[in-house]
Design a protein around this ligand. Structure first.
Ligand SMILES: [Ca+2]
Length: 346
């Protein structure tokens, strides 16, 4: 990590300031810049009926973050990210004010504090190389919003509540990311977590209306639990999404869980994960055109066992090899997937 200190130029003109006061003034006006970043890429090879049956090196991801303090109790962060080989976007850009040691307010663009995955989704922050099924479907990948977020940290309680533009409507729930509000309704949500020794339990909620006419309500809920010791880490999360559809179509429901256990062996660590997802939406899916052209609908039930080896080749370089046993309702498909991922951070 590189640390650069920039002092803003303070024009004092001809006014004479005592030396001690000037030093104090300079200290307050000091802007600090810390840079950090990461990159990763995957090699995917799937079974016969997988979309990766030929083998493909892809998913080049890279991000860079500038963060630091810019005045008194204010700090900032700016994170830019290459999402794929051709798409570049802002991940976060916010100003934050510390109201006290325990409460901070952020304004700008930020990762939505929902569940345990969304705010820590960079490749070096996650044990498994692939995104869990329910996380992939229930909300957009790296779900961001523009608005205000209040975060608090007390002895055993963490919380974050926020209000922003909210999610929009697409073929699937994961297509709901928007950066300009399409309606008057504002999305609100947050997560509260309690920590007791090595255990943590959290509950997350989001609600907002997705359509231009403020009629279709989306409610997302998640419960998470983790147990971390020096010998293992277990993490589990259940997520549920309900989205209104116009009459006579029934409400869309998407629910599922992911649970994973991580064992930090030397030199190669091991992770195992189990994931289940059911997704039913009689109104949207392929062919849906907002607001009122119905699609073919969605009716899916999928599950996965994931086995993975992780090798920290260098202190800041992680190599992962994951094998996913993918199963779904209906005729059997051969679409197990092998993923090798190299993740680097600086
Ligand atoms: Ca809205």
């Amino acid at each position: 990590m590189k640390r650069i200190t920039i002092r803003t130029v303070v024009l004092v003109g001809l006014i004479s300031i005592p030396l001690s006061a000037q030093t104090e003034q300079e200290r307050k006006e000091e802007i600090t810049v810390q840079t950090s970043g990461y990159m990763s890429f995957d090699f995917l090879k799937g079974q016969r009926q997988s979309s990766y049956h030929q083998g493909s090196a892809q998913d080049v991801r890279a991000g860079v973050t500038f963060s630091g303090r810019f005045a008194g109790s204010w700090d900032y962060a700016l994170e830019a990210r290459f999402r794929s080989e051709s798409e570049f976007s802002l991940e976060q850009a916010f100003l934050r004010l510390a109201l006290s040691e325990k409460i901070r307010v952020r304004a700008g663009l930020f990762l939505v504090p929902f569940g345990v995955y969304n705010t820590s989704n960079r490749p070096y922050e996650q044990a498994l190389a692939r995104v869990p099924l329910i996380v992939e479907e229930a909300y957009p990948r790296s779900w961001r919003d523009i608005g205000i977020c209040v975060e608090g940290k007390f002895s055993f309680l963490d919380f974050a509540v926020y209000a922003g533009n909210g999610l929009g409507e697409g073929n699937r729930l994961k297509d709901g990311q928007q950066f300009r509000d399409r309606n008057a309704d504002k999305g609100v949500g947050g997560r509260a977590g309690i920590r007791i020794d090595a255990f943590e339990f959290g509950y997350s909620l989001y609600r907002g209306k997705v359509d231009d006419r403020n009629r279709r309500k989306l409610i997302l809920q998640a419960g998470d639990a983790s147990w971390k010791t020096n010998d293992f880490q277990i993490l589990a999360e259940y997520i549920q999404a309900w989205l209104d559809s116009p009459s006579p179509f029934g409400r869309a429901k998407c629910q599922g869980y992911h649970i994973q256990a991580f064992f930090p062996f030397n030199p190669v660590s091991f992770a195992i994960g189990r994931q289940e997802l059911t997704y039913k939406d009689p109104f949207r899916g392929p062919g849906f055109f907002a607001p009122d052209v119905a699609g073919l609908g969605i009716d899916e039930s999928r599950n996965r066992w994931a086995l993975e080896l992780l090798w920290p080749a260098l202190p800041n370089l992680l190599v992962k090899a994951e094998y996913d046993f993918n199963r779904e309702a209906g005729p059997k498909r051969s679409d197990d997937l092998f993923t090798a991922q190299v993740a680097f951070k600086f």
